[in-house]
Design a protein around this ligand. Structure first.
Ligand SMILES: [Cu+2]
Length: 92
């Protein structure tokens, strides 16, 4: 569980803040060469994201743990629309 970073109040006006969020969805593509997993995910209210299909940066280990067509739950870090997987597991 990640806590809220209430103490992080350094002033960086124009900077996009990295946020973590959790979502679930279906794996649409795994691309080890690019280091991405494409997931059709549900809405992410905390980031004001609608449901969409998008690529997330992922480690080789994370990419090896999922397969196209699988339903997954995952935690990710987003800076704007740049998102990387923190952890990903099969949804049962
Ligand atoms: Cu998205």
């Amino acid at each position: 569980m990640s806590g809220m970073n209430m103490g992080d109040t350094t002033k960086e006006p124009a900077q996009v803040q990295a946020q973590t969020a959790t979502a679930s969805g279906t794996v649409k593509a795994v691309d080890p060469a690019k280091g991405t997993v494409t997931i059709s995910h549900g809405a992410v209210p905390s980031l004001k994201w609608p449901a969409m299909t998008m690529a997330f940066a992922a480690s080789q280990e994370q990419l090896e743990s999922v397969e196209v067509g699988e339903k997954v739950t995952f935690e990710f870090k987003a800076e704007g629309m740049n998102a990387s997987i923190l952890n990903i597991t099969k949804a049962e």
